[in-house]
Design a protein around this ligand. Sequence first.
Ligand code: SF4
Ligand code: SF4
Ligand code: SF4
Length: 353
Amino acid sequence: MAHCRKRCLSVLLTDDCNLKCKYCYCGEERRKNSINVNFVKCAIDDFRKQGNKLFIRFFGNGEPTLEFEKIKEIYEYAIQHDKEAVFEIQTNGAFNEEIAKWIGEHIDIVWISYDGTTEVNDFYRATFNNKSVSNIVENNIKYLNKKVKELGVRATIGKKNLNKQNEIIDKMKELGVKYIYSDLMFADVNNKLYYEDEINPLEYARKFLEARKYAESNQIYYGSFFTINFDEETNISCRACIPMPHLTVDGYVSCCDMGYADGKLQELIYGKYDERSNRIIYDNDKIKNIQARTVDNLEQCKDCKIKYYCAGGCIGEAINENGTIYSIKEKNCEAIRFLAENLLKEKIPVLHP
Ligand code: SF4
Ligand code: SF4
Ligand code: SF4
């Protein structure tokens, strides 16, 4: 399943967070902006009118569950319009029992960010006061794993856990998790961790491959952000190039999780909510520019043997590095090709969050 099959409407509920992860690409400064629910309702109507099956993904440039009441309101609106609607949440897992219970009863797919072992998670993913939340997150993973249709854990790999990927598998086995994806750490280029914690992508790929085999022997699927298109040919790297909507707290429609109107990621923005008329105004030129970001239009991918199993990689990362979506994160290519030599066409059971 190529990753672009994930045709969902992403709601980035807030830019506030209860954690202060060291590599957070949302920046150290926490703001307090929150999504306008009328905007989300408009986007749901448009999404359905465009012929899409309703699939809502709750996410944030912060922690979505901080806007629990809005999640419930959006859920109610969506389910009234489509009883078959599918819901996903990507969360840091640091929430209370009430929220865990509601998620367990209403959400189909849950992805929890957790960096593997308790010790590493405490290092990278603690609160503002450096307080550990690992215990809470582990309990929520265990609880929700028994309740929802699909639960996965997304681990970020930095220097601290590069050589501990087998231990991540052991920990997930202990918690009953069947699906894990790891992503090589990608901080904003302005974050000092971008330089301090940088790992050679090929080194990550080699260690990942070892851990993947170990995971298989434990009946756990361990995927990587680098492998998301390995089992189906595609000329676009992910849903961003369709584009699928990602609604931001400042009323913009972005094609990617990483879109902010005030930053360098402007090229990703293709719509704006107009509060007065209560409608979304789309920019067709921007949409065309995004849709034209196929691997066939990327000079750097021209002669790549696996171009249709990678399709140029993540456009959010490309723009973070080079300032334009018509580019690639070149330093990942060797690692992606190395993994393709070993894993191409192996079945992917769950789509990356
Ligand atoms: S949970 Fe997510 S948004 Fe919050 S600090 Fe960590 S990486 Fe950033
Ligand atoms: S961050 Fe990358 S993979 Fe995620 S939506 Fe954006 S382009 Fe796609
Ligand atoms: S591996 Fe690199 S060159 Fe090949 S398709 Fe992917 S981004 Fe392009």
